[in-house]
Design a protein. Structure first.
Length: 235
C-alpha cells in the first residue's frame, strides 16, 4: 500500500491553459516591443521617439492581447456550452441510445463489449453528463475555456515581457539602443524559454533555441526595415 502512495506523478497538463497564454503573452511582448524599438532606433530616431514607440507598443499590445485572447477563448466557451446543451437534451430524450454510444466509445478504446457496457452503465448511474462530457466531447475541467483568466494572463504576461526592452532602451547609452535592447531581449528569450519548459516539464534547450531563433529573426527583419526606412526619409 505504501508503494502506491509513493508513486506520485506530477503532470504538467493541468497548467496548460494558463501556461500557453502566459508564454504567448510574454514572448509576444518581448519580441514585439523589442523589434519596434530596434526598428525605430535603426532609423536613427531620437531617444524620445524610441521611448514613445516602446510605451505605445506596450500599451497597445497588452490591450490587443487581452481582447484577442478573450474573444478567442470565449468563442471556444460558447461552442463547449452549445455542445453541453445538446448532450443534455440527448440524455433526456434518448438515454438508451446515449448509453450504447458511451459503451461503443469504451469498446473503441479496447474494452470487451460486456465490460464496456458495464463501465458505461456504472458511469451513467454516477453522472451521465460528466461521462459524456469527458469521454464523448473530450471536455475536462483542466482544458475548459476560461476567457477572463486567459485575457488577464495574456495582458499581464505581455507587459512583463515588454518591460525588459523598454528598460533597456531607457537606460542604454546614446546611439546604442539597438545593441542594448537586442542583447537584453536575447537574455529575456532565454529566461522565458527556460521557465516555460520547466513549468511544462519539457526540454529547456529545445524551448530556448526555438524562442531565440524566432526572436532574433524578428528583430533582424525589423532592424533592416528600419534602416531602409530611415535611409529613405533622409533622402
Amino acid at each position: 500500500m505504501s508503494e502506491l502512495h509513493d508513486h506520485a506523478e506530477h503532470h504538467a497538463i493541468s497548467r496548460m491553459g494558463w501556461l500557453r497564454a502566459a508564454v504567448l503573452g510574454a514572448n509576444d511582448g518581448l519580441i514585439s516591443v523589442a523589434s519596434l524599438i530596434v526598428g525605430v532606433a535603426s532609423a536613427a530616431q531620437p531617444s524620445s521617439v524610441i521611448l514613445l514607440t516602446g510605451f505605445s507598443a506596450l500599451a497597445a499590445g497588452a490591450l490587443s492581447m487581452a481582447a484577442g485572447e478573450y474573444v478567442s477563448v470565449a468563442s471556444q466557451a460558447d461552442i463547449e456550452e452549445a455542445d453541453l446543451e445538446m448532450e443534455k437534451e440527448a440524455l433526456r430524450t434518448n438515454p438508451e441510445g446515449e448509453l450504447h454510444e458511451l459503451a461503443a466509445i469504451y469498446e473503441d478504446r479496447g474494452l470487451k463489449p460486456e465490460l464496456a457496457m458495464e463501465v458505461a452503465v456504472a458511469l451513467t448511474e454516477h453522472d451521465a453528463l460528466e461521462a459524456h462530457t469527458r469521454d464523448e466531447l473530450g471536455i475536462v475541467d483542466v482544458h475548459k475555456a476560461r476567457p477572463v483568466q486567459a485575457a488577464l494572463a495574456s495582458a499581464a504576461s505581455f507587459v512583463a515581457g515588454g518591460v525588459l526592452p523598454m528598460l533597456a532602451a531607457l537606460f542604454s547609452p546614446a546611439g546604442l539602443a539597438s545593441q542594448v535592447v537586442g542583447a537584453s531581449t536575447l537574455l529575456g528569450l532565454v529566461i522565458i524559454g527556460y521557465l516555460s519548459a520547466k513549468a511544462g516539464n519539457a526540454n529547456p534547450v529545445k524551448s530556448i533555441v526555438r524562442l531565440v531563433a524566432l526572436g532574433v529573426g524578428a528583430m533582424v527583419a525589423t532592424g533592416v526595415i528600419g534602416s531602409l526606412a530611415g535611409g529613405i526619409s533622409l533622402h
